[in-house]
Design a protein. Structure first.
Length: 238
């Protein structure tokens, strides 16, 4: 597979074309942003960890029946993935109150829900990724009803899988954000990444935050937290 010209540069990844029109290469950066790009920084080694962690988790998800964009890990930071058209939806599952949920509804962080919740944001930086419901997504033609049903089904399967695997690492999965894409033939697959950038992960014993909230909230020990969760996950999956 031959890496060709850069198609796109996002906040955390670059995407390149290849000689295969259905395959692209993602290249994970150490750059970190928060609050819609307002806060900028770098987390040393993050690109390597996010690339490898996302690939490990997506391969596990494939086995559980969730199709993903993953094709092949090419290097520490680079992975070949299926070319998709990203659905402009951020799909967020929550098991425990935190972050914008706590802020929006005026509740403390750490309330364990009886059942996981799902919500969607419109992936649009200019608008600040506003929340939207199913009908809004359909009205805006972001996806079809059928696609939305598929996305929801997969999102809860992803939650079941991630909750279990993180539990075995003595880590509590609080919430996470995932994105889906459409292959050329219309198949919906899990895309983007699953990493400490996109999940809230708390140590199950101490409650210590082991994810990007350390960067967002200036808690220090950011690199160490990413390394710690990666080490625990590798210990489980090896
Ligand atoms: P929130 O509580 O800020 O809405 O975040 C919910 C989850 O989504 C949390 O695990 C962090 C993740 N997330 C992203 O991956 N990207 C984003 O841009 C935001 C705002 C949250």
């Amino acid at each position: 597979m031959e890496k060709r010209k850069q198609m796109y540069e996002g906040k955390a990844k670059k995407v390149y074309e290849t000689d295969d029109p259905e395959i692209v290469i993602v290249d994970y950066k150490d750059d970190a942003t928060a609050f819609n790009g307002l806060k900028k920084g770098s987390i040393k080694g993050k690109g390597v960890i996010n690339n490898q962690m996302s690939n490990m988790l997506m391969q596990g998800l494939e086995k559980k029946g969730v199709p993903t964009h993953f094709v092949k890990e090419l290097s520490e930071r680079e992975t070949a993935v299926k070319r998709v058209e990203i659905l402009p939806l951020e799909v967020i599952i929550r098991n425990i109150s935190a972050g914008s949920f706590s802020k929006r509804y005026g509740v403390e962080e750490g309330i364990v829900f009886d059942e996981p919740t799902i919500e969607f944001s419109y992936k649009n930086d200019d608008l600040g990724d506003p929340l939207l419901n199913d009908d809004h997504a359909i009205a805006l033609k972001l996806c079809t009803r059928e696609e939305l049903a598929t996305v929801k089904k997969y999102a809860f399967l992803v939650n079941d899988f991630l909750k279990e695997i993180w539990k075995s690492c003595n880590v509590t999965l609080v919430d996470f954000k995932i994105e889906f894409g459409r292959l050329k033939d219309g198949t919906i697959v899990l895309a983007d990444e699953i990493s400490p950038d996109t999940c809230r992960l708390w140590d199950a014993t101490t409650g210590e935050k082991l994810d990007k909230d350390r960067f967002r909230r200036d808690l220090g020990g950011v690199e160490e937290a990413y390394e710690e969760v990666m080490k625990r996950l590798k210990g489980q999956l090896d």
